[in-house]
Design a protein around this ligand. Structure first.
Ligand SMILES: [Zn+2]
Ligand SMILES: [Zn+2]
Length: 276
């Protein structure tokens, strides 16, 4: 599997010279295997970047973790959907007050955006995927399973498996005050070859924002250790963290995780990781 980061930033797009090394686009990750359209996780502004790279008619599957702006804002700018023959299936968590589809359609319509999703030339199919029930979707040879993740509002993490290899995707995750890891997170991440995990805060930042829906880099390492993952990609970098801060955080995480035989990298826009 080839895992490519098209957007790695948390919360809001934040392009500026100080963070261009890791990138300012928000969450979007593709997973590709031979003979498949990429499976896409989250539709942040990085999705626009991916859309410019894809060739041919798009016929693909997208999984949204939750409906915060930084995870869906790129969808209207995904140019492959400007073709009438294009087709996208989009899955996401059911909302407390209705379906995922209803909530997404409320966001992409006037006055927030000039047109509705049904006015896009390409065909867009939207459906709930219940993480609490561990629902899964098969896409060719890939199986994608959803798990409910503690965050702000209904949020899915995902695990994609292919020929015995697995990638877990947990972009936004509220760390509990006592550091206990939710069973659903343990289940989703257990034994993953690659874990892509929220790493928004330092310990000091978390002490001031402990209920903002995120976690520390140390917690991300703790999840990786507890779940016995092979490789951890720090993800959802705070918009206030410039390249120097991200470097410091990943250096500290590498030192901590290497004792457990876990490789750690900081997700960087444009980078591809091979999972073999
Ligand atoms: Zn986010
Ligand atoms: Zn969020």
């Amino acid at each position: 599997m080839r895992v490519t980061f098209h957007g790695v930033r948390g919360s809001t797009p934040s392009p500026c010279p100080e963070n261009q090394g890791y990138g300012g686009n928000t969450s979007c990750v593709s997973v590709e295997v031979e003979g498949h359209e990429p499976v896409i996780f989250d539709l942040g502004t990085g999705l626009r970047r991916l859309g410019r790279r894809l060739a041919g008619t798009f016929d693909g599957t997208m999984f949204v973790s939750h409906l915060h702006w930084d995870h869906i804002q790129g969808l209207p700018f995904f140019t492959p959907l400007q073709e009438a023959s294009a087709r996208a299936r989009i899955f996401g968590p059911r909302q407390e007050s209705g379906t995922f589809r209803e909530a997404l359609e409320r966001f992409i319509r006037p006055p927030y955006f000039p047109v509705t999703l049904t006015e896009f030339p390409g065909r867009i199919e939207i459906a709930d995927l219940d993480g609490a029930a561990g629902e899964s979707v098969t896409v060719g040879e890939l199986e994608v399973t959803a798990g409910r993740i503690p965050h702000c509002g209904p949020t899915n993490g995902y695990r994609v498996t292919w020929r015995g290899r697995s990638v877990a995707y947990v972009p936004d995750h509220q760390q509990s005050p006592d550091g206990r890891i939710a069973d659903s997170v343990l289940e989703l991440c257990r034994g993953a070859d690659l874990l892509i995990h929220d790493s928004q805060y330092t310990e000091e930042e978390f002490s001031r924002r402990s209920d903002w829906g995120h976690c520390t880099v140390e917690y991300a390492v703790a999840v990786a250790v507890r779940c016995g993952v092979r490789r951890l990609a720090l993800f959802h970098h705070d918009p206030a963290h410039d390249d120097g801060v991200v470097e410091e955080l990943v250096t500290a995480a590498v030192a901590c995780a290497s004792r457990f035989g876990i490789e750690v990298v900081a997700a960087r826009e444009g980078d591809t990781l091979e999972v073999i």
